[in-house]
Design a protein around this ligand. Sequence first.
Ligand code: PHE
Length: 451
Amino acid sequence: MKESSRDSFKNSFGVLVAMAGSAVGLGNLWRFPYLLGEHGGAAFIIVYLIAVFFICAPIFIAEFLVGRRAQSDTFGSFKILAPGSGWSIIGVFAIIAVVCILSFYSVVGGWSVQYFCKAVTFDFTRGSSEHLDTLFSGFVSDPYKPIIFHTIFLILTSVIVIAGVRKGIESFTKVMMPVLFLIVILIAIRSVTLPGASEGLNYLFKPDFSKIDSSTLLIALGQAFFSLSIGCGTIITYGSYVKKEASITKCATGTVISDTLFALIAGCAIMPAVFSFGISPGEGPGLVFITLPHIFSQMPLGGVVAILFFATLLLAALTSSISLLEVVVAHLTERHNISRKKAVILSFGLFWVLGALCSLSQGVLSDFKIAGLNIFDLFDYISANIFMLACGFLIVIFVGWKLKGKVIKEELTNNGALKISPMLVSIIIFLIKYIAPLAVITIVLAKFNVF
Ligand code: PHE
């Protein structure tokens, strides 16, 4: 497609909220709290923050730069920037990662739809505690119900993506992002003012470094990739809808900071309440869906907080799932020349089937395992620990070593029009060329006990 016929974001603010919308999602509200609960609280947060700022932020900038320079979908971007070379394999890895992620993400998105409906009908505050114990396991293992909610979630995602980049994605995220921040701050205030909340805050902010080992490093890194939406083409694709006037460093900094702040505020919304009610923080993936309803049922104003919380979870999931779907849709429209509507319908079919398999793997298909993992866990594992990391690694190698320093400088300064300190540009190039790839390789090798 020609540049002029491509949809684009209206202005820098539009890009920033869309990217922040992609980043802020289930990763912040569902994955981050349970991972930090399982891996030692504050010490995990510190490792996570180092991974975000020194490894993932440079990868984010590298992806953004590739998309904006090439003005094409993920696969096409490498064909344009390095014609006739094998670099477009990165595009293949990215598509595989996105397909795996959206398949299980839309299932969890469906759970959020269901829990939002339950919150609105005050189901958590009306039922008995035994009812809450079995609610989640009963729901996710049901063969039909979660698939119905998964379908609803996919329809919502598809409707926004069909409307296009500016009219759908940008308009939706512009309204939703401030709302999300506001609600999660309100919930955090409620949580930290509960009796005994200080223990939860200590857990979040007082590190115990003996809890850190090589698998914590890999998990923190994988979570940072997942949370910032890097390593699967979303930032390349969104970057390709950005006009040449926008500042890559400003948008990247804004996104990384908002995503990290949101995760920390989500931690403050959840952990103090968990400690205040004497529940173990290491409950695993059920933390948000099993533990929180218990807490809501006992907390003053719990019914209202539950509605706000599950509304946030659902909306945050939607602003991320649209970015995942957009990667596939951009690929289909630009590489295979089909209309946007057709591309969305085709993708809907694919994700409906793969999502249904992920959903069934929580119940009737739970015995079907590959390498010891059910389909849901397999998709989560191979996307976060293999394809996203491989993609992120290859992208910084590509930008740092194959694209010339001149190209990076041109993009970061918009051909000299932006005043960015040359020192900052050199630091970014250094992080992209050396620190990010070396850190990714070292953490992966450490995990496999190579040292
Ligand atoms: N970053 C999103 C979240 O935190 C998930 C996501 C991953 C979205 C990869 C796009 C690409 O929930």
